[in-house]
Design a protein around this ligand. Sequence first.
Ligand code: COS
Length: 389
Amino acid sequence: MPDTSFLAWPFFEAEHRALRDEVATFAAAEVPGLVDHHDVDGTCRRLVRALGAAGLLRLSVPAPYGGAHERLDVRSLCVARETLAAADGLADFAFAMQGLGSGPISLFGREDQKAQVLPAVARGEAIAAFALSEPEAGSDVAALACTATPDGDGFVRLDGEKTWISNGGIADFYVVFCRTGEAPGARGLSAFLVPADTPGLTIAERIETIAPHPLARLAFENCRVPLENRIGGPGEGFKVAMATLDVFRSTVGAAALGFARAALDATLARVSTRKMFGGVLADLQMVQGTLADMAVDVDLAALAVYRAAWTKDQGAARVTREASLAKLVATEAAQRVVDHAVQLHGGLGVKAGSKVETLYREVRALRIYEGASDVQKVVIARQLLAATT
Ligand code: COS
């Protein structure tokens, strides 16, 4: 039985406990029948539809547009991601990207943009994607080079490339961050809603990773988009991206936590039954020491994640430091926990397709995407320094 005692912490309300049960039931009843890791596109399309039909994507958008809460409830997003991740990495991915991909519209879109896009996202009928990184600009967002230039008749023309784009190839729309040149660097970017079938937008490359999921490099060539598709004001793209990441970075930590809990559960089952030296593995003090290290990491990760989520849900204007800290702590901790799990499973830990082997591949990318651990440290330090000057 997974340990759910953390749900009694004061960060949570009754609805979060109920949500955890609801998502766990969905994960057990529906996810196994939908997932085929050899067909990630089909799997994610099926998962998004099923998550929508189950009402779980109502967590990904605000209430007036088909959502469950007046504004995004970060604790709910975290509880859902943690629970789905423990079941299957693609189930978490399919859920998470609906929120991240539509996040700029939920947070900064005009009413008509929200009405146009968000209800379909919540029903699982439109797949969303967040297109920020480029071949030469991932961590350094202010250096991005994809341009949006005025092209007469109320249009802009997008030219350039985006890469590592989750849902690339299956998304119905992309939120694309471009250089619009109002000022140099971070103050000269804007965000645009780009339907996937816009002429001039092509999938230049599908990218394979150690834990496969839909991922692509996008090319924009003379891609005309109505100026009214801009999300937020001119030159506000950097702020739109960062504020969206402020909400969703905690949820990356939550997914890592889900992987870590699954690894700890699998390990407890393994060491309690694996016979060794006339007893079981769990009798060995060295093994007990490792179990304790894993439990400490899981609890610290959970505290960091749900502190950040709760802080945002209390109405904090910015949770940049808390969200970065949560992502850093939880993803690094989860990596250690999963590695211990592999070690304590022995050969089974590296057997292709075993639960901990899968977790080992799944957890690695979380220390990189939505801001690598090194970047989170920069963000945390800057927040500290800014508060002292
Ligand atoms: N919310 C709102 N505004 C923010 C913000 C946030 N979280 N973070 C920064 N800003 C604002 C700043 O206040 C600043 O505004 P002013 O120009 O009015 O002072 C402006 O945006 C520029 O901020 P800053 O000077 O910090 O920009 P930098 O280019 O130095 O930012 C970091 C550097 C590393 C912090 C940034 O590029 C970053 O977070 N990179 C990681 C991005 C990432 O996660 N990439 C992965 C791809 S997405 S899957």
